[in-house]
Design a binder for this molecule. Sequence first.
Ligand SMILES: C[S@@+](CC[C@H](N)C(=O)[O-])C[C@H]1O[C@@H](n2cnc3c(N)ncnc32)[C@H](O)[C@@H]1O
Ligand SMILES: [Zn+2]
Length: 299
Amino acid sequence: MSPASDISEESPLAAVAEVLSCPVCGRGLVCAGRVLHCAAGHSFDIARQGYISLLTGAATKLTGDTAAMLDARAAFQGAGFFEPIAAALAHAAAAVTPSDQVAAAPEVIADIGAGTGYYLARVLDAVPAARGVALDIAKPAGRRCARAHPRAAAVVADAWRGLPLRDHTLTAALSVFAPRNPAAVARCLVPGGRYLVVTPTVRHLAELIEPIGMVTVDPDKERRLAAGMAGLFTRLDTVAVEYSMTLTRGDIAHLVAMGPSAHHTAATGAELPEPFEVTASVTVSTYAADPGAGSHRDG
Ligand SMILES: C[S@@+](CC[C@H](N)C(=O)[O-])C[C@H]1O[C@@H](n2cnc3c(N)ncnc32)[C@H](O)[C@@H]1O
Ligand SMILES: [Zn+2]
């Protein structure tokens, strides 16, 4: 890994290769030109678009977001509507101070289910010494994330099949509206590392549930999140971020097209008054791994 002085000069994937692990045998990866390989000879090509796929085995049914969903998500994020959420997350990430023992090591922040890379880019701006890994199961996300930030490396992988990251290498992991694998994250965090989790509350986009059949937030979500973290992580802090967005019909069409509702509704918001007020409501929580949690195997 380069010293911080030439942090912008190395390719993002080469710069984080040492924290990535071979998805076949678990050994470390090294970067050689357009390829990452392990000591056992497993080799993975860096795609022309700059991401690396570490997907292995039979094609999974879970292919993640489509290119059209990511285009809509990028358009909505690009209009700034989720800026307060990104700012709260960046603030939480900047507050992470790994313990002295690891402070000398390069900081690495992984966003798991990174989508467009929007949130990781904001976090990397707030933590100038850090390198980023944007991990997502979808290749279109890999393409976008490879362009998201000069210090972000894009990795295509299935978080449910174990993270292709070495033990105790991450100073922070992010999960923003994304699937969570807490056991795998605990294994990857350094001592003092933090898991930053953004989840919607029941009020998030609630005005759109009835008129256009937006998928509702499970009222049991908080309890399920707590149950998934129990025994692995302890919550240190939670910040509520709630505000109103004044949306055009075009904005609403993006909102529908970027999420799970795209599969469930034919409505686009064309029948709604314009502009239309819609609530954004999330929590940004900071978790610390419990002692011993990092020895779990990825689930
Ligand atoms: C609702 S989107 C959120 C994306 C991004 N964090 C944001 O808020 O803009 C969920 C993301 O998780 C990804 N995803 C779904 N299943 C996954 C898995 N098993 N492993 C990794 N990523 C996954 C999807 O491809 C999608 O990009
Ligand atoms: Zn290998």
